[in-house]
Design a protein around this ligand. Structure first.
Ligand SMILES: *[C@@H]1O[C@H](CO)[C@@H](O)[C@H](O)[C@H]1NC(C)=O
Ligand SMILES: *[C@@H]1O[C@H](CO)[C@@H](O)[C@H](O)[C@H]1NC(C)=O
Length: 467
């Protein structure tokens, strides 16, 4: 209000009227602008869940941002969502022809599942209507146009799933600059598939999530934990795998405990996990079933539950939880015989597992006896049992991050080929870039995210065999 200062030395005159009118106008404009900004801020959904409700189909405690004063929150949202990508200088361009000298090689067999997952749309193709209808089941929408990514948020995701999943898309764009085609897709980040094949028979809806079943149209996509899960101190897949493999070698096969081991949370509305508690008898059923107390584990910094220290048994049980479980990859990585209780859910890579080759299938209807007979067989056929364990571990070793990006690349490319419209950035979607995700990340998340920052690939993606 400098205009009104020093009135003593300058007597009031009409010439002062004009500046005061200007000042008043500026003031009202500022108030209007602040009001507008406030309005925009309170309507902006973010990768950490500002202004978003939890998914109604799987309610979880809503995130509050009470620790942030409202002004700080507003500045952060303006800065991270509206300004960061605009001024980001990320510009890596590599022509795809740079790959041409590189030998191409075929993708692993389980990539064939991409075609099966997308089969429902081969004859109808995917229209704008398909995508819009799928929105009812989605937490967010990802649109990629010209190598830039836009995200429209509908609901918050539990913990940091949205952040790490969106990060995975951004890393894919970084890894294959100029190669990822334009795409428009809906994503749900909660566990259970929702697009029932019977109910949606007349119009299958394309919805990406972390798993599917034979009875659902949902399209499986690599889950967030490959890039890290800071809430429970799980690091990137490559770091975890190497550590688990090292841990698994600490004890030779002969010296591993000749029992089947499971450690987890039985209280996740999973009948099979409850049933498993009945098998906790090492002499009768050859099994050791332990309860994972997440509260206690969190308090002790997850030292007791370090994944690499959990490979001391010859047999490890995998039991689905509320839906599929991220634990499958860590269990297989141990090199023990993985006893998989006949699964209902599949994720993108589990379609590559072959029973009695790289894991052992357990009958859920005869749960304890079935575990017992696997353990007895393995202890009598040590060489074969060890070989099954090793092949399971090898399968996971081959599932390097490179292959995971290849899978994402081919899934998105094949999906994109089915679109019967040209994707355009949705009017209310904001551009998201690596810096804007980092802008929202807290210190711990930033540490985890930075471990999975990729460089542009020197080799092209593997070749997806023609169908
Ligand atoms: C799919 O829907 C049908 C018909 O409503 C129902 O009978 C079936 O149980 C559902 N399947 C799943 C896996 O929910
Ligand atoms: C299973 O049995 C062991 C040994 O008797 C015990 O320490 C453990 O707490 C039991 N697990 C559960 C889930 O009750």
């Amino acid at each position: 209000m400098g205009l009104f200062s020093n009135p003593k030395h300058s007597p009031r005159s009409p010439s002062y009227l004009f500046p005061s009118v200007v000042a008043l106008c500026l003031l009202s404009l500022t108030v209007l602008l602040l009001y507008k900004v406030d309005d925009v801020v309170s309507r902006t959904g973010t990768v950490v869940g500002h202004n978003l409700e939890p998914t109604p189909w799987h309610v979880f405690p809503q995130k509050t941002f009470d620790d942030e004063p409202p002004q700080r929150r507003a500045v952060k949202i303006i800065q991270c969502s509206y300004l960061t990508c605009r001024y980001a200088t990320e510009d890596i361009t590599i022509s795809s022809s740079a790959f041409e000298k590189q030998p191409r090689w075929d993708c692993p067999g389980f990539f064939g599942a991409i075609r099966r997952d997308l089969e429902p749309w081969v004859s109808t193709r995917i229209s704008k209507k398909h995508v819009e209808e799928a929105q009812k089941y989605a937490a967010f929408r990802v649109v990629i146009v010209g190598g830039k990514m836009y995200v429209d948020y509908y609901y918050a995701c539990v913990q940091s799933r949205a952040m790490f999943t969106i990060w995975s898309f951004l890393q894919l764009l970084r890894r294959f600059p100029g190669l990822v085609p334009d795409v428009d897709l809906m994503f749900d980040c909660m566990d259970k598939p929702t697009i029932n094949r019977t109910e949606h028979q007349s119009m299958p809806l394309p919805l990406f999530r972390y798993c599917t079943t034979k009875e659902h149209f949902d399209i499986p996509f690599p889950d967030w934990s490959f890039w890290g899960w800071p809430e429970i101190n799980i690091r990137t897949w490559q770091e975890e795998f190497l550590d688990i493999k090292k841990g698994s070698r600490a004890v030779s096969w002969k010296n591993k405990i000749p029992l089947a081991y499971w450690k987890g949370n039985p209280d996740v509305a999973s009948p099979v996990r409850l049933e498993l508690l009945n098998c906790n008898d090492s002499s009768q059923w050859g099994a050791q079933i332990m309860r994972q107390d997440w509260g206690e584990a969190a308090r002790s910094g997850f030292k007791q539950s370090k994944l690499s220290d959990q490979c001391n048994h010859r047999y490890k049980i995998y039991a689905e939880g509320y839906a599929w479980s991220v634990s499958l990859k860590y269990i297989l990585a141990c090199g023990s015989v993985t006893l998989i209780i006949s699964p209902q859910y599949e994720d993108f890579f589990s379609r590559g597992l072959i029973t009695q080759q790289n894991y052992w299938l357990v009958d859920p209807l005869e749960l304890c006896p079935s575990i017992k007979s696997a353990v007895d067989w393995g202890n009598q056929h040590a060489i074969q049992a060890e070989a099954i364990g090793k092949r399971g571990q090898k399968f996971m070793e081959n599932l390097r991050m490179d292959r995971i990006y290849d899978y994402m690349f081919h899934l998105i490319s094949e999906y994109s080929k089915l679109l019967d419209f040209k994707p355009t950035p949705p009017s209310n979607a904001l551009e998201v870039c690596i810096d804007s995700v980092l802008c929202y990340a807290d210190d711990k998340q930033r540490l985890f995210l930075s471990k999975s920052n990729v460089l542009p690939s020197e080799a092209p993606p593997c070749t997806l065999k023609p169908s």
